[in-house]
Design a protein around this ligand. Structure first.
Ligand SMILES: NC(=O)c1ccc[n+]([C@@H]2O[C@H](COP(=O)([O-])OP(=O)(O)OC[C@H]3O[C@@H](n4cnc5c(N)ncnc54)[C@H](OP(=O)(O)O)[C@@H]3O)[C@@H](O)[C@H]2O)c1
Length: 351
């Protein structure tokens, strides 16, 4: 790789999202990783912690030092926990670096909305107000002009990709609210050991959790209003299913008077025509997480029932790629003035 490629620091390199960032960046033609951080594994190499990344095994894992990062990187892709990110990334933005934050810390332009959702004041309200929400398909121009992006959460990514064409087009009634029923693979919970994520607890069952109280619910409502142009109450039921990766979000909404499935379908085709990663499935076809696994693609299936006035808007993503690392790199590409699809996977395995 040439030495004039962009130097990238990956913060939280030992986690699932950090590992996925490194895996994608290894094939990126215009970026090279110069810093990979950890708290607990400083001094070890990447291969010790992520055996699947053995070809990158030489990369040392180091403690997070903002001065060193500012010296050795141009762009920061950060996969730290929420609450740990805002202050550290603020220092790096102040030092002139471009930042895409995968935590929730820069997803709310309104610091009061962040405080309400996360229960503590935002440490950098000045930057939160300037940060741009990284849902590329609906915020491309703002991301291109930004130096700080809050990359959407995994559930909000799938939900907003399913919802926004209908909401923006006035095809559903926002006053009736929407119900989001979403199923996620277990990697969505991160790599830290937790009893409820053990194989024996997850295998052979489906578990709902944080119904109506999940921290992604306010993010969905905030960004539906910001990007969709209409306030819409959101009720969210997250569920864990026994697979490693993938999200299926099913969004249920009331059709606006007179709207047909053909109207919906036309809006979705228009919204995603010419985008490198979006696919609208044909009538009667509904998405499967397997068709996007390992890729930055998303697939949307829609149906409308005139009799009940119900619309079902479904989207699948890979939570670690379009729902996290891939979307962050898509944002980085735009900030660097590159085609958004540069270096991103579009095909996964076939079995
Ligand atoms: N998993 C997903 O599907 C997904 C999707 C979208 C967004 N996200 C967000 O992306 C971020 C990373 O998620 P993940 O699933 O990769 O989590 P994870 O597997 O638990 O990894 C967390 C990473 O952060 C590091 N870390 C933990 N505490 C830290 C601290 N106080 N200071 C600095 N570094 C610290 C860890 O380092 P060590 O363990 O090496 O010490 C590890 O590298 C989170 O904010 C998450 O909400 C996750």
């Amino acid at each position: 790789m040439s030495s004039n490629t962009t130097r990238v620091a990956v913060l939280g390199a030992t986690g699932y999202v950090g590992g996925q960032l490194l895996a994608i960046l290894a094939g990126h033609p215009a970026a090279r990783v110069t810093v990979a951080t950890t708290v607990r594994h400083a001094g070890q190499t990447l291969a010790d912690v992520h055996p699947a990344l053995a070809p990158l095994g030489h990369l040392p894992l180091e403690a997070l030092d903002t001065a060193a990062i500012a010296d050795r990187a141009d762009v920061v892709l950060s996969a730290l926990p929420h609450g740990e990110s805002a202050a550290v990334l603020g220092e790096l933005v102040d030092a002139g670096l471009m930042v895409a934050d995968l935590s929730a810390d820069y997803r709310f332009a309104d610091p009061a909305a962040y405080a309400a959702a996360y229960g503590h004041p935002h440490p950098r309200p000045d930057l939160a107000a300037r940060a741009v929400y990284g849902l590329v398909e609906f915020n491309r121009a703002a991301i291109r002009a930004s130096r700080l992006v809050g990359v959407p959460g995994c559930y909000p990514t799938a939900t907003l990709l399913a919802l926004l064409p209908a909401l923006q087009g006035g095809l559903i009634d926002p006053a009736q609210g929407v119900v989001v029923d979403a199923k996620s693979g277990i990697s969505g919970a991160g790599r830290d050991a937790k009893t409820q994520n053990l194989f024996c607890e997850v295998d052979g069952g489906v578990r709902a959790y944080n119904v109506g109280t999940h921290r992604h619910q306010p993010e969905m409502a905030f960004q539906a209003a910001a990007l969709g142009g209409r306030a819409v109450p959101v009720f969210f039921t997250p569920q864990v299913v026994p697979m490693s990766r993938g999200i299926l979000a099913s969004v249920y909404a009331r059709l606006a008077p007179g709207v047909t499935e053909a109207d919906l379908r036309a809006a979705y085709h228009k919204a995603y025509a010419g985008t490198p990663f979006g696919q609208v499935l044909p009538e009667g076809s509904f998405p499967n997480t397997r068709q996007v696994a390992g890729t930055n693609r998303f697939a949307v299936g829609i149906t409308a029932d005139r009799e009940t006035g119900q619309a079902a808007l479904l989207c699948v993503i890979d939570n670690l790629v379009k729902g996290a690392a891939g979307q962050a790199i898509q944002c980085m590409n735009l900030m660097l003035g590159l085609p958004e699809e540069t270096g991103l996977p579009v095909m996964g395995g076939v079995a």
